[in-house]
Structures are given as structure tokens and as C-alpha cells.
Design a protein around this ligand. Sequence first.
Ligand code: URA
Ligand code: SF4
Length: 191
Amino acid sequence: MDSLYDMSSDSINKVADEVRACKRCRLSEYRSNAVPGEGANSAKLMFIGEAPGRTEDTLARPFVGSAGRVLDHALARAGIDRASVYITNVVKCRPPMNRRPRKDEIDSCIPYLMREIMLVNPRIICLLGKSAHDALLKGSFREHRSRYVKRNGRIFFTTYHPAYVIYNNKLRGMFVSDIIGIKKMIDAMNE
Ligand code: URA
Ligand code: SF4
């Protein structure tokens, strides 16, 4: 983000429009649809995933495929309304074969994420998986997992990526309890 960035004239809709037209990296060549973040524009809680998958690429919405079902289930168990949070990804276009986004692709796309964070201004940012963790926090995913870390006046919570827990029931339980823990933290902040 350069210092000429003027937040007062920016908006989530503007970010989304720019994402839809973006050709800043090679991932634009493979996509059916770019996938901007979605949700409440002043959400207290933001989720950040890695990149859109096939269903997301088709529907132009984040976390609406199998990983989305795991996230939705955890939100329901925690009593969090999906419409009350903001959900986005580190890169907004699906990498071919669902490979990990590359460093240069993340570098090209991250200004959109930084704008989303500044505009939504969430109390807690939940990092889903190692890609989101490594894009936002220095240090190791394993050390930060299931913990709160304060950086630059923001609170980050790191947990597994929902797609990663699909075939592992133990991790799935931990994922759900992590999300329940976030809900408790947000409720405590509101008291
Ligand atoms: N996985 C992600 O990281 N993001 C999505 O939007 C869907 C699956
Ligand atoms: Fe643009 Fe991000 Fe899509 Fe690359 S991944 S084309 S930077 S929106």
C-alpha cells in the first residue's frame, strides 16, 4: 500500500469492482470469475482463506464449496451468523489445479486484502491455514495456531484451513472449538 492511498474515497464495493477487472497477475488467465470478499462491511470478525477453489471460481463467492460447508458448520456451532462476518482470501482468483498461490501472485493481490482490512476494520482477524497466516504474520503457523497475536493494533487468531480438516475428525473438532472460542472472545469484548 503506497502512502498516497486515500482511504476516505475507498470502499468495499470499489475493491470488489477492481478485483473483478484485475489482471495484475497470471491467475487472471485461468479464472472463470474473480472472487472478492463478501459479508458485513463493518464486521467485527473477518476470516481470511488462501484462494478460491473450483466452486468459488464458478459462483464468484468465497467459501461456498466443501471448505465452505466446514466453515458454515463451525459458524453454526458457534452461533455466529455468516452474514455478520466478512469472508475473503489472500488471492482472489483460483490457482490452476488448486495449487498454492505463488509469492509473486500473493504480492500482486495483497493490496486488495489490506484495503479490505482497513475498510472493514474488524476486531478479530481469523487466519484460516498456513497461506493466510504466512501472508499476514511473521513467525510460524504451528506456534500461532489456536492463539491470539496482537500486531499493528489488530488481533489475529490462527487456525487450520477448513479444507485441511475435512478428512481428520480430530482436527475438525479443534477447528469447531477454535471458532467457538472466537465467539466467546468477541462476546467478552462487547461486555
Ligand atoms: N478455500 C479457500 O481458501 N478459500 C475459499 O474461498 C474456498 C476454499
Ligand atoms: Fe488480480 Fe489478485 Fe486475481 Fe491476481 S489473483 S489477477 S492480483 S485479483
